[in-house]
Design a binder for this molecule. Structure first.
Ligand code: HEC
Length: 144
């Protein structure tokens, strides 16, 4: 009798485990669905691109570091720090807005220009794609 009882206990445990695993699998699939409404809202505002910070770091080194410094802390007379903590401008902008800004650059007669030095459109590298710029912005967001 005791053995039969133990046997059915083991069976129950196995069944519980199987259910638990199935539950996990189901939960994992539900997550993207839960995010869908937010994604849709963003899609309605503008086609949202997702930046890859690792790729962005490479692009930063090639196209931005000459003026903003290898550590993105800025170089006196060339470019400002891109650390969000140092820049209210960067903190206050969405990714889309920052990408737009980088495309335009900032001339010396722009009222926001504080250094008297111009930032050329795309940092002077017209070959940079939108994806490249979203990647750079994603990299800037990691600076802290
Ligand atoms: C030729 C030099 C140069 C290059 C290359 C350059 N920048 Fe700049 N950037 C500047 C200067 C100068 C400013 C600051 C102008 C001012 O407001 O006084 C600036 C400002 C900025 C700002 C605004 C910062 C703030 O707080 O107002 C951002 C963001 C920025 N650059 C991003 C980039 C990115 C990303 C790249 C690479 C794709 C890049 N820059 C390449 C010179 C450069």
């Amino acid at each position: 009798m005791d053995r039969v009882w133990r046997h059915s206990l083991v069976l129950m445990l196995v069944a519980l485990l199987a259910f638990g695993l199935a539950g996990c699998g189901g939960g994992g699939e539900e997550e993207p669905a839960a995010e869908a409404p937010a994604a849709q809202e963003q899609a309605a505002a503008a086609p949202q691109m997702v930046g890859d910070p690792e790729r962005g770091k490479q692009i930063y080194r090639q196209s931005c570091a000459a003026c903003h410094g290898p550590d993105a802390k800025g170089i006196q007379g060339l470019g400002k720090s891109l650390y969000p903590a140092d820049s209210e401008f960067i903190r206050g902008k969405t990714d889309d807005e920052l990408v737009e800004f980088i495309k335009q650059g900032r001339s010396t007669d722009d009222p926001l220009n504080t250094t008297g030095v111009a930032m050329p459109p795309k940092g002077g590298n017209p070959a940079l794609t939108d994806q490249d710029l979203y990647d750079v912005v994603a990299f800037i967001r990691t600076l802290e």
